[in-house]
Design a binder for this molecule. Structure first.
Ligand SMILES: Nc1ncnc2c1ncn2[C@@H]1O[C@H](COP(=O)(O)OP(=O)(O)O)[C@@H](O)[C@H]1O
Ligand SMILES: [Mg+2]
Length: 232
C-alpha cells in the first residue's frame, strides 16, 4: 500500500531526512517512533506531498507519487491527520466533516459512521470548530480523514496532549479500524498501545531509520526502542 524508498527531504539548507525507507503492506499497521525532532512529521509531510522530496521515491498502491501535490496523494486514497489537526475554526463540526466529502471516494464513511465511531462528537455537531476542545478537534480530524473513505490512514501524534478519556476513545477507534482492515501509519509516543496495534515498528533517529522490525521483534527489543525514544 505504501512504499518509501531512500526518501530525502529538508528545509532550506537543513537536510532532515537522509534516506528513509518504509514498506507498509495493505491491511497492516506501522508505528513510526522517535524522539522529538527526529523527522517523523517531515517523513509524513513528504509522503503527503506537503513537503517536496529532495531524493528517493514514494508510491501508493504501486503508483509513484513522488513530487505529487497533497490533493493528488489524497485522491489516491490517503487520509491524513496532521499534527495540530487544522480544524476549520469558523465552520461547525458537521460542516468540517462534510467539507471534505466533495473530494471523497465512494465508501462506507459518512457523518453517521463517524458519529458511531466517536459518539462524543454527536452533541457537538452544531458547535463551531474554534470552541471544540483539543480532544474533540482530534476526533473530528480523524473523522474528517475517514470521510474521504481512505485506503491508507496516516496520523501524526494521534493522542498527543489529549485527556485520558479521549486517548482511550482514539485507541479504541483505531483498534476498530484495524479490525476492519484499514491500512494505518501512525506516529505516537504510547509504546504499549502501539505495540498491541501495530504489525511493524520503525524508529527514526536524526532522519535515519535506527530500528525496524515486526511486532514480536519490537517486543523482544523493547529496551533498545525505549532507549531510542528516551530524552537524552
Ligand atoms: N518548517 C520547518 N522549518 C525548518 N526546520 C524544520 C521545520 N519543521 C521541522 N524542522 C526541523 O526538522 C527536524 C525534524 O523535525 P520533525 O520532522 O518535525 O520531527 P518529529 O516529528 O520527529 O518531532 C527538526 O530538526 C526540526 O527542527
Ligand atoms: Mg512531529
Amino acid at each position: 500500500m505504501l512504499q518509501v524508498r531512500d526518501l530525502q527531504a529538508g528545509y532550506g539548507k537543513a537536510e532532515v531526512l537522509h534516506g528513509i525507507s518504509l514498506d507498509l503492506p495493505k491491511g497492516e499497521v506501522m508505528a513510526l517512533l522517535g524522539r522529538n525532532g527526529m523527522g517523523k512529521s517531515t517523513t509524513l509531510n513528504t509522503i503527503m506531498g506537503v513537503l517536496t522530496a529532495r531524493g528517493g521515491a514514494v508510491s501508493i498502491d504501486g503508483k509513484a507519487v513522488t513530487g505529487a501535490r497533497p490533493s493528488a496523494v489524497a485522491r489516491l486514497g490517503v487520509g491524513y491527520v496532521p499534527e495540530g489537526r487544522r480544524v476549520f475554526p469558523n465552520l461547525t463540526l458537521r460542516e468540517n466533516l462534510v467539507a471534505v466529502s466533495r473530494a471523497s471516494a465512494a465508501g462506507p464513511w459518512g457523518v453517521e459512521a463517524v458519529t458511531d465511531l466517536f459518539p462524543a462528537l454527536a452533541p457537538r455537531f452544531e458547535s463551531m470548530g474554534n470552541v471544540l476542545s483539543g480532544g474533540e478537534q482530534q476526533m473530528l480530524a480523524i473523522g474528517r480523514a475517514l470521510m474521504t473513505n481512505p485506503r491508507l490512514l496516516i496520523l501524526d501524534e494521534a493522542t498527543e496532549g489529549l485527556a485520558p478519556v479521549v486517548r482511550k476513545a482514539i485507541w479504541s477507534a483505531l483498534t476498530r479500524l484495524v479490525g476492519e482492515g484499514l491500512t494505518i501509519l501512525v506516529v505516537d509516543k504510547n509504546l504499549d498501545r502501539l505495540l498491541s496495534l501495530s504489525n511493524r515498528v520503525v524508529v527514526l533517529e536524526r532522519g535515519r531509520v535506527a530500528w525496524s522490525g515486526d511486532r514480536s521483534e519490537a517486543r523482544a527489543d523493547r529496551r533498545d526502542i525505549e532507549a531510542l525514544m528516551s530524552v537524552q
